[in-house]
Design a protein around this ligand. Structure first.
Ligand SMILES: [Zn+2]
Length: 477
């Protein structure tokens, strides 16, 4: 409506002006720079009007181009982006090559050409970190926390810096915050889990395993192993605090999750033994003996037996019946038979055990037998010499660093690896002279290192499933 009125008004003014100029004709003469122009007043007025319209149109066209995000804007923008991306690529390449100075130079170009400062901050922080300027890197990562898009990356950067500085409390805080932002990020879950272990926050670590399961960070077997370890760690704390009922409850839970977990079985059987509940202790050992017999369990079983040695042998036979072919069954029976002067039983079981494997303890038992049965001191001495050269006895040892502990503990006291202590033989290094002739070795130094020296992690009989995990970074139960 307003447009229509404006149109009518403009038309009326134009008609009025035309009529007025027609009724009032006049001439105009302009002489300028040697030129002469003669025209009517109406023509001059029309010319001025046309010029004004043209100027207005030109002005409007220019402002539209300058202000709109049109093709010129797009052209300029894409050129800037291209330059920024080029600078970013070069910055990353320089960073990878270790040239911090060049990387920082490109960072400035990234800052100039790219509107988003996240990339600049990340590049600057990494260059500063590489340069050893952790404070500058920290400032950049902290600035990244301000934007929701870059906050996670800022936290990850801060987490790495805190770990590098061995500030585990700060690292734990950053890891928790990063995990809240991205609960399914596997790297953060693994780091957070390790940090929770070193700060002995077992319950929080247990709840984190739920997220780990959702994010498929560990397979089912590893999840079960970690769960059993954490529950046993809680039990360890309960035993230390004298809360035996709670410890028993937790250890039973750990064993129901992982029946072959020797550490939990030994803790539980040992606790029952200390509480003078011998029948319960023997019951735990028998349950565990079916799946994972060990000298540690055999010792606890025999410690709960008192009285007539012959009756003790009968009781040990019941235990052995749960896993009769295992070498530990033969050894524990030989020990009990030796105590009861049953030389034949002791000898036959020892010989069976030594046919598959000969450890120092086997030779010691045989020497004892020779001394007691035959009073043969010379033979006993020979056997003890053999014992000193034989495979070392298994014991509680860390699979990560090889340190020996006097009992099962959830974290290695030496290298602090979680769940790395297990009942195992020590790492054994021996020269395998049959591997290659000396001539071949001289020509092949790599073979000398790899084949000549055999690092053997010899355990009781077949390797247990937990041994497989102990070979990597992950410690075994
Ligand atoms: Zn260790």
């Amino acid at each position: 409506m307003i447009r229509l009125l404006t149109f009518i008004l403009i038309t009326a003014v134009l008609v009025f002006c035309t009529v007025w100029f027609a009724n009032n004709p006049g001439n105009m003469t302009i002489v300028w720079l040697g030129y002469r122009f003669d025209g009517s007043i109406g023509m001059v007025a029309l010319g001025l009007l046309a010029l004004t319209v043209v100027l207005v149109l030109v002005w409007r066209g220019w402002t539209m181009i300058a202000n709109s995000p049109g093709w010129i804007g797009r052209l300029l923008g894409s050129r800037r982006r291209k330059k920024g991306q080029q600078a970013l690529t070069m910055g990353l390449l320089e960073l990878a090559s270790g040239d911090v100075r060049q990387a920082l130079k490109h960072t400035r170009a990234v800052d100039r050409y790219l509107e988003d400062d996240t990339l600049t901050r990340l590049l600057t922080a990494q260059a500063a970190e590489l340069d050893g300027n952790n404070d500058a890197a920290k400032r950049q990562f902290e600035a990244m926390l301000e934007k929701p898009d870059s906050a996670f990356f800022g936290l990850r950067g801060l987490l790495q810096l805190a770990l590098k500085a061995d500030d585990r409390e700060a690292a734990l805080d950053y890891a928790e915050r990063a995990h809240r932002l991205r609960p399914r990020n596997p790297a953060v879950i693994v780091t957070l889990f390790d940090l929770l272990l070193t700060s002995r926050r077992w319950d929080r670590a247990l709840s984190l395993l739920v997220d780990a399961q959702k994010a498929s960070v560990f397979d089912e077997q590893e999840l079960t192993r970690r769960r059993a370890l954490l529950i046993t760690a809680k039990a360890e704390d309960a035993i230390a605090a004298g809360e035996n009922a709670e410890a028993i409850k937790l250890l039973r839970k750990a064993l129901s999750a992982s029946a072959e977990f020797t550490g939990a079985a030994v803790l539980l059987a040992g606790l029952y033994r200390d509480l003078k509940q011998d029948a319960k202790a023997r019951d735990v050992v028998m349950q565990s003996w079916r799946v994972a017999p060990s000298a540690a369990l055999g010792t606890i079983y025999r410690e709960t037996l008192t009285g007539d040695p012959l009756l003790q042998v009968k009781s040990v036979e019941k235990l052995v019946a749960t896993n009769p072919e295992h070498v530990e069954s033969q050894i524990v029976l030989a020990e009990a038979a030796l105590e009861a002067d049953l030389w034949g039983v002791a000898r036959s079981n020892l010989e069976k055990a030594m046919a598959s494997k000969a450890e120092a303890r086997h030779y010691r038992l045989l020497a004892d037998l020779e001394l007691r049965e035959n009073q043969d001191g010379a033979k006993a001495r020979d056997l003890l010499i053999k014992a000193s050269h034989a495979n070392p006895d298994p014991d509680w040892r860390c699979g990560a660093c090889g340190a020996e502990t006097d009992r099962w503990v959830v974290s290695c006291p030496s290298c602090h690896s979680f769940g790395s202590v297990d009942w195992r033989a020590p790492l054994r290094v021996h020269q395998d002279n049959t591997a290659k002739s000396p001539d071949t070795r001289a020509k092949d130094p790599v073979a000398l290192e790899q084949d000549g020296t055999v690092i053997d992690h010899d355990n009781d009989g077949a390797p247990s499933p937990t041994d497989q995990t102990s070979k990597g970074n992950q410690p075994a139960i």
